[in-house]
Structures are given as structure tokens and as C-alpha cells.
Design a protein around this ligand. Structure first.
Ligand code: ADP
Ligand code: AMP
Ligand code: ZN
Length: 226
């Protein structure tokens, strides 16, 4: 295997499609870290950093944080030691400018390995998002109905408190879907043209989606390394 080649997975799909849920499962299977730009912004917000405060107004509205800031943040993250074999990207890129920046960042390592699209209707996405609950401590994602914790309001993994994200309220969700269709959905064509896109039915149960995703990622990895 060419030592320079790394695995870069780009998970695509409407907000609520299940990208974060699947990325966390793939982390264990492929021993690659998940990079969620939304999680990094929320971490910065919690710690009141300059980046967090800048991102807040955009996140509150459901708009994208400016590219310059987001791209620099991902560039830094990709240089961390745990990213030497590659990463699983969840929530980045979110427009064509970010996608082409990512191509440049990964060019020396063989580029993007695969861009699975987890498809889901808007109606289902809204049900998913409004019922989503997140652990304050470890970021694990639950759903009050579709993926409930053993004890209501408490994380199974570490007993952390589960909360509802501010931007998961119905008023913001509508704009997030609008932003997705306007700015992020062109990436479907972008990756299709590069023969990197594979669509999966995101309406299936978490484990079923995961099995299919594992299979397609394994195939993409062996295609890239051969
Ligand atoms: P995204 O990262 O794409 O915004 P999440 O992974 O946070 O989506 O999932 C959104 C919500 O839907 C969460 O509450 C999660 O528990 C739930 N969920 C994820 N995948 C499925 C699935 N296949 N079936 C039912 N609920 C799901
Ligand atoms: P997410 O956790 O992916 O649902 O993202 C939550 C919010 O973080 C988004 O609505 C944006 O405001 C911001 N965000 C996350 N990823 C990006 C990105 N790649 N570019 C710009 N803004 C982002
Ligand atoms: Zn937890």
C-alpha cells in the first residue's frame, strides 16, 4: 500500500439524516476519528472561545459559519496526530467552496475515498431533529422515540445529562433544511461527477444503515489502496 494514501470519508445528507450517529459507529470499525464541524463549534461555544462566540450567531439562525473560519478549523484538525490514517467527516464540507478546499487539503494523500449520501425525506428529518437529545459530557446522540437511552434524560455511556440543542427547535430547523438544499445539496453532483457518491436509504434502522455503510466504505478503501 502506498504510505501516502489516507482514508477520507465525507458523509452527506440532510440535517437529521443520521450522519453523526453513523460516523461514531464507523470510528470504531475503521479506527478513524470522526470530525464533526458542528461538534467543534459547540465545544468552542461551551468554552466561550472567540471561535465559539463568532459561530454562535450563525448557528442560532441555522446559517453556515463563514467558510474562511470553518476551512481553517478543519485544516488545523486534519494536522493532528490522530488523523494520520485519515478521518470521517460529518458536516463538512457544506458547500462547493469547502469541498474544493478539502480536495486541496487531501490531494497529497489520494483525495476523498468515498462520499456516502444518507437520504431521508424532510418530514422524517424534522421528526429526527426535534426528538434528538445529546449528552452534555460525551456528545452521544439519542432520540426520544427512535433511539432512546435506557433511562430518560441520562446518557447510557457515562450518565451525562441529555439536552436538546438550541438549533433543534422547529423555527431553526426550517432554515437549516433551506440552507442544506441551497448550499449543500450541490455537493451531490460534485461527488457524483467524481464517482465517489453512493446513496443509502437513511429511513432504515440505525444498524441496517450501518451494515450497508460499512460494506461500501470497505469496498471504497480497498479500491483506493489497490
Ligand atoms: P445528523 O448528524 O445527520 O444531523 P444524527 O446522527 O444526529 O443526524 O441523527 C438525528 C436523530 O435521528 C438523532 O436523534 C438520532 O438518534 C436519530 N437517528 C439517527 N439514525 C436513525 C435511524 N436510522 N433511524 C431512526 N433514528 C435515527
Ligand atoms: P451540525 O452539528 O452539523 O448540525 O451543525 C450545526 C451548525 O454548525 C450548522 O447549522 C452551522 O451553523 C454550523 N456548521 C457546522 N458545520 C459547518 C460547516 N461545514 N460550515 C459552516 N457552518 C457549519
Ligand atoms: Zn455521554
Amino acid at each position: 500500500m502506498d504510505a501516502q494514501r489516507r482514508t477520507y470519508l465525507v458523509l452527506l445528507g440532510v440535517p437529521g439524516a443520521g450522519k453523526g450517529t453513523q460516523a461514531r459507529m464507523l470510528e470504531e470499525t475503521f479506527h478513524l476519528p470522526q470530525i464533526s464541524t458542528g461538534d467543534i463549534f459547540r465545544y468552542n461555544l461551551k468554552n466561550q472561545t472567540e471561535l465559539g462566540l463568532l459561530a454562535k450567531s450563525y448557528m442560532d439562525r441555522g446559517d453556515l459559519v463563514p467558510d474562511e473560519v470553518t476551512i481553517r478549523m478543519v485544516e488545523d484538525r486534519l494536522q493532528k496526530a490522530d488523523a494520520v490514517n485519515g478521518v470521517i467527516l460529518d458536516g463538512f464540507p457544506r458547500n462547493l467552496v469547502q469541498a474544493s478546499a478539502l480536495d486541496e487539503m487531501t490531494a497529497d494523500y489520494g483525495g476523498i475515498t468515498s462520499a456516502p449520501l444518507i437520504s431521508l425525506s424532510d418530514e422524517d428529518a424534522i421528526l429526527r431533529i426535534t426528538g434528538r437529545r445529546v449528552c452534555r459530557t460525551c456528545g452521544a446522540v439519542y432520540h426520544v422515540e427512535f433511539n432512546p437511552p435506557k433511562k430518560s434524560g441520562v446518557c447510557d455511556i457515562d450518565g451525562g445529562e441529555l439536552y436538546q440543542r438550541d438549533d433543534d427547535k422547529p423555527e431553526t430547523v426550517r432554515n437549516r433544511l433551506y440552507v442544506y438544499y441551497k448550499q449543500t445539496s450541490p455537493l451531490i453532483g460534485y461527488y457524483f461527477a467524481k464517482s465517489l457518491l453512493t446513496e443509502l436509504d437513511g429511513a432504515e434502522p440505525i444498524d441496517v444503515v450501518n451494515e450497508k455503510l460499512k460494506q461500501l466504505v470497505s469496498q471504497a478503501i480497498s479500491k483506493k489502496t489497490n
